[in-house]
Structure formats: structure tokens, C-alpha cells
Design a protein around this ligand. Structure first.
Ligand code: GAP
Length: 594
């Protein structure tokens, strides 16, 4: 399909067949909000479940569910209040707002316009002679401003307690770290996952569910001691990946690097083994749920592109309509988040790490003479004593002088060194408190759904008729099985079809029962929503020697076999889990000519 066609066909199919559509259309609609219809909600939920299974269950991680609204101090600490901005340019003529970096990228060769400052972006807009995409007015001379993407609200009546809808699920995990670490028995490394809604007041939402204002993230925060915890790459070292490192993006004629995770980490292309580990399992997971691996890559962030908390970051990107879409980010967040919450919050965001052997250390200590400090400093005396302790830890040499100078709440105070009772003690320590580092795989579920639909969308011809179908993986397809009695006026056929549908539903399959229209029409309806298997109950299947039989048809090939009803559940379980292929089923059963 040519560029643009894939998205257009997908959006049309999505609305017509109940995958997703713009929300609140009865009230004119509002940009950046989408409702998932019956097919889409089931597909999305299956993708979330597949993610949980791989990244929470199989990795042995802890899953939590935190609120979506959090108080302002959380985002002061996290840096979102100050720095979670996009560049906004407003059209003087029609008042429409646009994202400046996107306008520049869409109209030039530049691929990293978000690294420009607002002033540079304004200059670029003028140099390129860009016009408002809505009304065509010249944008030269318009200022470019930073626009904070968080939705603000008030918690309770009045405006004294501002809150924000979380822009990432991650903060819910970081803020609850002091309690979660107890559940992990204070033992690093451990991972915490969360699947839930995030909110960003995007300046210009676009490409349907690709850039919305409310979306679902599936995030894993993996907490490590960077000095001790090494990633075990044995499970992923041979996983083949297509990498687009920052150096290649910046080089003239730079190219992809086709390699394995093991080699990429060894060669330093992926600078951190933990990131390598998560890229490896992500590559495998995306393949399992049905992303076309010929349209998938990992791209490293350029220095200016990284979020404020990140020291290295790779994006998983899928290609749709000739554009690369970021579907997940893999970031080394160091100790940024926990340190910040430790600084701003009232709790302990560290973990006590026991040494292998106790260590003997010399430690500078003070024992302030409160009988002197009390009368001299009154209510401030305790703060002065605390400042003396801090100074002893930070700069023991300061106590060599007769007087020491302290900063107490911004005020400079001088005290006689003698009142500190300074000494150096030899102590035995069993361990130390460290602030864990964080490695974060952060998946966008909506963009994964979009990619799966785009990569699964196929057209061909059956019996001289055009057909469009979704070759979705049986592991995530919204409907697992279609059940069709060939005719609806033969009681025995209808009874058997009812029994088959009931048995499959009881076994956990999503079943569509369809007895209307020609069998070809019924297949087409299911092909279009990606139902991988359809079962037809016909007269030939009634009361054979070995009991009743039915035919099962595979969506992509249209091939069919006849098999005993008693084998149906077991066969479909294997096909859905991917432990059996339809070729295996063809080998083991009587093939039916379509
Ligand atoms: N905690 C890290 C974080 O939030 P991010 O790269 O900003 O990182 C992670 O977001 C993923 O969330 C992205 O890779 C993307 O798939 C998804 N995402 C971000 N903004 C989105 C939006 N406006 N609409 C839909 N998905 C979005």
C-alpha cells in the first residue's frame, strides 16, 4: 500500500468493525480521546495480559495499581512540573496551536527538532517559511513557547490542594517505593510493574490512537544496586536485533547495525547490560504478539532528545505508512527518581545493603554540647546541632579551626569548635544505605495495538472476490473462534453448534456464533476482525463412527480440516498458545477441500 493508505484503511476498518473511534462524537468529539469498541477493547486487554504474563509473571516482578491523580509535590520532585514541556506555536490568524518540532520535522530533513531551543525553533520556522496547517497563514515571527503537558486539577473543594493526572505510570511506583521495598524484603534487584492510564495534554494529538491525551502504559521499574547487580544475558544473548545507534544517526550515510544482544553489549553499542536484557526480551515479546519484525527497530536517543531523568535511552519503533512510531522506551534512569523523592518526600527511599564481610571504618562524629547551644541559640539549637553533624560527615577538617561556620536554613552561624565535641571513631559497619538505580522498559499499549492492526492488515482475493483480513496472532486476537452451523433449520446441527460454542466458552475462548448469511460471508466477517479459526458444523459431521466431527478453517490460508469434536478444545488451546501450528493440525487430520 502507498504511504497514508495503511493508516486510512485502518482507521476506517477500526470504526466500522468496532476496534476504536473518536470519543464523545454526540457532542462534537474532542481531539486526542478514543473509545475502544468491542473488538478493540478485547484486543487491547489481550495485549495487556500478554505483557503482564511476560514482564510481570515470567520475570517474577511485583505488580501494583496506584491512583492516576497525584498531589503537586510529587511532580515538583519528579521534575515534571518544571520540565515536562513541548514546544507550542500559535497561529496569529486562526488561533490554532501546533507542536513546533513536529511542524519542522514534517517540512524538513530534520529528525530531532525537539532538541532545538524554543528560540531556535522559531528561527527555523521562519527560515523554512512554514505556514499554519489549518489556515495557511505565515508562521514566521510567531514566538515558540514551552507548554507543560500535565492536566491540572484540584483535590477536594477549593484550590488549596492542586493535583495532576499522572503523565506516566512510573511515578506511582517511585512514590510507593518505601513500602514496596518491604514486600520485596529489601532485597535488590527487584522489579515493579504497573499497567494503567497516563494523561498528557498533547498540543496536537495525531494519527488516531498513536498520540492521544489519555492512553495506557505498561511500565516496569527494575531497581538495582549498580555496584553489585549484573544482568544475566544468557537468555537473550543470541536474540537478533536491528539497532540504530546515535552515532549512526549522526554520521553521514549512517546505517543500521544488525547484531545480537550479546554482541551489542560486548561491543558497547548498548552501553548497559540491563538495557540489553530488556531490549532482548522485548524483541521476543513483540514478535510473539504479532509485530512484523521486518518493520521493527531499536533506535537510540540522541543526547538532546533524552528525558530529564534519563542517562541512556533506546526506543522500540515500528514502521507504519513509511513513518517510524515510538512504541516503547527503554531508559536508564539512574538514581534520579528515588533520590528526588528522598529529597522532597518524608520517607526512606534507600535500601540497606549488607556487606559480604563487616567493614571497619573511621567516622568523624560530633556530640554537640546542648547546655551551651541551648541558651545561645534557643529554638534554633537543634538545627545548629544537626548542621554540626552534617559538617562532620562532609568536611571533618573544618573542625581543625577554633570556630566553625554553619549554614542553618540559609543563615550563616559561627560557633566555637569546642562545643561540637568532635572526634574520629573507629566503627564496625554491617552494610550501607544505597539509593537503587532504575532501569525502565516503558511500553505504550495503544501504539502496540495500532502497530498490530497495521502490520496485520492484508488484502487478497478469494473465489474472485477481494478480501481484507487481519492476520492477528491467535494469542491476542479479540475473538478466538467463530462457530457456524452450516444451516439454521436442522435441529441436530444447531444443537451441536450450540454445544460446541458452549464448550469452547467454558474453556475460556472468546466465541462468535453466527448462523446468518452464506458461509463465505460469515468467514469474511470474521477475517476482517482477525478471528484466526472458524468452525463449521455440517451434516457430514453428525454421528460418524468416531462421534461427531466439525471442520476448522484457518483464516490466512483458508485451509480446512475435519476433526473430532472431542479434539477441538485441546487443538485450539495449542494453536492459541503457539505450541502447535495449523500445519501440525493439517498433518494430523483429514484435509477438507475448500
Ligand atoms: N516512564 C517513561 C515514559 O513515560 P515515554 O517515552 O514518554 O516514557 C512511554 O512514554 C511510551 O508511552 C511511549 O513509547 C509510547 O508508546 C507511549 N506514549 C507516550 N505518549 C503517548 C501519547 N500521547 N499517546 C499514546 N501513547 C503514548
Amino acid at each position: 500500500m502507498s504511504e497514508g493508505d495503511e493508516s486510512a484503511a485502518l482507521t476506517e476498518l477500526a470504526k466500522r468493525r468496532g476496534f476504536f473511534f473518536g470519543s464523545s462524537e454526540a457532542y462534537g468529539g474532542v481531539g486526542g480521546f478514543y473509545t475502544y469498541g468491542p473488538q478493540g477493547a478485547a484486543l487491547k486487554s489481550n495485549v495487556e495480559e500478554a505483557w503482564r504474563e511476560r514482564f510481570a509473571v515470567q520475570e517474577g516482578n511485583l505488580e501494583i495499581e496506584a491512583p492516576t491523580i497525584m498531589p503537586e509535590p510529587v511532580f515538583e520532585a519528579s521534575g515534571h512540573l518544571d520540565g515536562f514541556d513541548d514546544m507550542l506555536v500559535e497561529c496569529a490568524e486562526c488561533g490554532e496551536s501546533h507542536r513546533a518540532d513536529h511542524l519542522i520535522e514534517d517540512n524538513s530533513e530534520l529528525e530531532d527538532a525537539e532538541t532545538l531551543s524554543p528560540e531556535e525553533a522559531a528561527e527555523k520556522i521562519a527560515d523554512l517559511g512554514l505556514v499554519c496547517p489549518t489556515c495557511g497563514a505565515d508562521l514566521a515571527g510567531q514566538s515558540v513557547e514551552d507548554f507543560n503537558l500535565m492536566f491540572e486539577t484540584n483535590i477536594g473543594p477549593g484550590s488549596s490542594t492542586p493535583g495532576y493526572l499522572r503523565p506516566e505510570t512510573a511515578q506511582g511506583i517511585f512514590v510507593e517505593f518505601p513500602r514496596i521495598k518491604e514486600y520485596a524484603r529489601n532485597s535488590l534487584p527487584f522489579g515493579v510493574t504497573q499497567v494503567g492510564r497516563a494523561y498528557r495534554n498533547e498540543i496536537s494529538p495525531r494519527k488516531s490512537i498513536v498520540r492521544t491525551r489519555e492512553f495506557t502504559q505498561a511500565e516496569l521499574e527494575h531497581f538495582i544496586d549498580p555496584e553489585r547487580d549484573e544482568a544475566d544475558l544468557s537468555a537473550v544473548e543470541d536474540v537478533e536485533v536491528l539497532l540504530y545507534p546515535a552515532t549512526e544517526q549522526e554520521a553521514d550515510g549512517g546505517d543500521y547495525v544488525e547484531t545480537t544482544i550479546g554482541e551489542a553489549v560486548e561491543d558497547g553499542i548498548i552501553g548497559n547490560a540491563w538495557l540489553g536484557y530488556f531490549l532482548g526480551i522485548a524483541q521476543e515479546w513483540y514478535e510473539t504478539v504479532g509485530v512484523d519484525m521486518d518493520r521493527f527497530r531499536f533506535r537510540q536517543h540522541l543526547a538532546g532528545e533524552r528525558a530529564h531523568y534519563s542517562s541512556d535511552c533506546w526506543d522500540a519503533e515500528s514502521e507504519v505508512d513509511g513513518d517510524w512510531i515510538e512504541i516503547a522506551g527503554f531508559s536508564y534512569r539512574s538514581d534520579y527518581d528515588l533520590s528526588k523523592h528522598g529529597e522532597y518526600g518524608d520517607d526512606d527511599f534507600t535500601v540497606f545493603q549488607q556487606y559480604d564481610e563487616p567493614k571497619t571504618v573511621e567516622r568523624a562524629v560530633v556530640d554537640p554540647d546542648m547546655a551551651t547551644l541551648g541558651p545561645e541559640f534557643g529554638a534554633q539549637a537543634a538545627d545548629v546541632a544537626e548542621a554540626l553533624e552534617t559538617l562532620a560527615e562532609r568536611d571533618p577538617d573544618a573542625f581543625d579551626a577554633d570556630e566553625v561556620t554553619l549554614d542553618v536554613d540559609g543563615e550563616e552561624i559561627t560557633v566555637d569548635a569546642d562545643v561540637a565535641n568532635f572526634s574520629v571513631e573507629t566503627q564496625t559497619e554491617a552494610g550501607e544505605h544505597i539509593t537503587p538505580h532504575v532501569v525502565e522498559p516503558s511500553f505504550g499499549i495503544d501504539r502496540t495495538v495500532y502497530t498490530l492492526l497495521a502490520h496485520a492488515y492484508e488484502t487478497d482475493e478469494v473465489d474472485g472476490e477481494a478480501r481484507s483480513y487481519l492476520s492477528l496472532s491467535p494469542s491476542v486476537a479479540p475473538t478466538n473462534v467463530g462457530v457456524f452451523p452450516l444451516v439454521s433449520n436442522v435441529d441436530e446441527l444447531v444443537d451441536l453448534a450450540d454445544d460446541v460454542a458452549e464448550e469452547l466458552r467454558a474453556a475460556g475462548f472468546a466465541v462468535v456464533y453466527d448462523d446468518s448469511g452464506s458461509i463465505g460471508r460469515r468467514y469474511r466477517r470474521q477475517d476482517e476482525v482477525g478471528t484466526p479459526f472458524c468452525i463449521t458444523i455440517d451434516r457430514d459431521g453428525l454421528e460418524g463412527d468416531g462421534g461427531d466431527t466439525v471442520t476448522i478453517r484457518e483464516r490466512d490460508s483458508g485451509k480446512q480440516v475435519r476433526l473430532p469434536v472431542d479434539d477441538l478444545v485441546g487443538t485450539l488451546v495449542g494453536l492459541r498458545a503457539g505450541t502447535a501450528s495449523f500445519d501440525d493440525v493439517l498433518d494430523e487430520n483429514e484435509v477438507v477441500e475448500a
